[in-house]
Ligand binder design. Structure first.
Ligand code: G6D
Length: 348
């Protein structure tokens, strides 16, 4: 394993560092201490050609001013919370309204926009970046002093393992994810239309016009949301299903996983031969096909446009605090929030 760290950029006088882990196969992951943002993920194609497979920028200004959470850790709460408020232990908490009247991805200054203390840990067959952040009571409206730890581990099996550990001194909400946009073509040579997705889920959440879960859990059978035996992303783009149309012709939906830690999510790109297998202990995954990626900027020289990246945000369910039949995202004080998601890259 090789590890490097270098100056990336500066934000309001704060130096931002980029850390790169490289395994014995040449796979590399680069992350910033700002937002734990994965800026690059380099993996081989079937011919051994090493290319970057995530959307990212090379300046902090682009991340702060235009990034739709490229590569970032998201929290305290991934997804939306209706009306940016919730009641916990008979107390009403008002969160930041940063998505019309709703709260999205932890607010205006969520975990994607804070500096994380970063330590590097090297083992025999792996290397880790250990990020820590103390979110103070009342930050973005959330109760409790929350000590959050996120660890990125790269090993020689071409696996990137992200583990989350959180503890609060008051009952609060916690629902973490990583918001990387994958594009297995390599250096964004193509969009994600022909990416094939297999997803072990037979239900997904219906969304309303503000992308808030209605509470209805829909069956995937017979719809473009059925990825159980594999389907190309373009099916959802061309679909006339009202839920595909609602979110801008594609997907932006939480799927409830039937299984955990059993190759429950696979993404394949037939032209490059790259395959991504995701395993998680989370109950759900949000599939977002970058339907809202604007066409107003460049991404390392590539004109931005819809469908350039595929997000698979393993997490609890959005707006769960308002839906008692959803798995809970309440973190009781002194409880420990623990979650692990593994991303394994291979070729076929
Ligand atoms: C849009 O609705 C989508 C979200 O799901 C996504 O996370 C965000 O863009 C980046 O708001």
């Amino acid at each position: 394993m090789r590890i490097s760290q270098e100056y990336f950029d500066e934000l309001k006088g704060q130096k931002i560092t980029a850390y790169t882990l490289i395994n014995n196969n040449g796979m590399e992951v680069t992350s910033l201490d700002f937002g734990c943002i994965i800026t690059k993920l380099v993996v081989p194609d079937r011919d051994g050609v090493l290319e970057n497979v995530v959307l990212g920028f090379d300046t902090i200004d682009e991340y702060v001013t235009r990034s739709p959470y490229f590569g970032a850790i998201v929290g305290r709460f991934a997804g939306r919370i209706k009306n940016a408020e919730f009641t916990l232990n008979n107390e009403i908490y008002q969160l930041v309204q940063n998505d019309n009247s709703n709260h999205l991805h932890g607010g205006l200054k969520g975990f994607d926009k804070v500096m994380w203390e970063t330590n590097v840990v090297e083992n025999e067959d792996s290397a880790s970046l250990v990020f820590s952040y103390l979110s103070m009571d009342g930050e973005e409206g959330y109760p409790g002093n929350l000590l959050m730890k996120v660890t990125y581990t790269l090993n020689n099996d071409n696996e990137l393992i992200i583990s989350y550990n959180g503890k609060s001194d008051q009952d609060t909400l916690l629902n973490m994810t990583n918001h990387t946009y994958f594009n297995l073509s390599g250096h964004v040579k193509r969009n994600i239309f022909n990416h094939q997705l297999i997803l072990k889920s037979n239900t997904f959440l219906e969304l309303d016009e503000k992308y808030i879960p209605t509470g209805k859990i829909l069956e995937v059978n017979g719809t473009p949301f059925d990825f159980q035996i594999g389907r190309k992303i373009v099916d959802g783009v061309n679909s006339n299903h009202p839920q595909n149309i609602l979110v801008g012709n594609g997907y932006d939906h939480p799927f409830l996983l039937n299984e955990n830690n059993n190759n429950e999510i696979l993404v394949m790109d037939s032209e490059s031969g790259r395959k991504l297998t995701i395993e998680t202990d989370q109950p759900a995954v949000v599939l977002y096909t970058s339907n809202q990626l604007p066409d107003s900027f460049s991404i390392r020289g590539i004109q931005s446009e819809k469908y350039l990246g595929l997000c698979l945000e393993t997490q609890g369910l959005p707006d769960s605090i308002h839906h008692p039949h959803f798995p809970s995202s309440i973190l009781k004080k002194e409880e420990v929030y623990c979650s692990v998601t593994k991303y394994k890259f291979s070729v076929y």
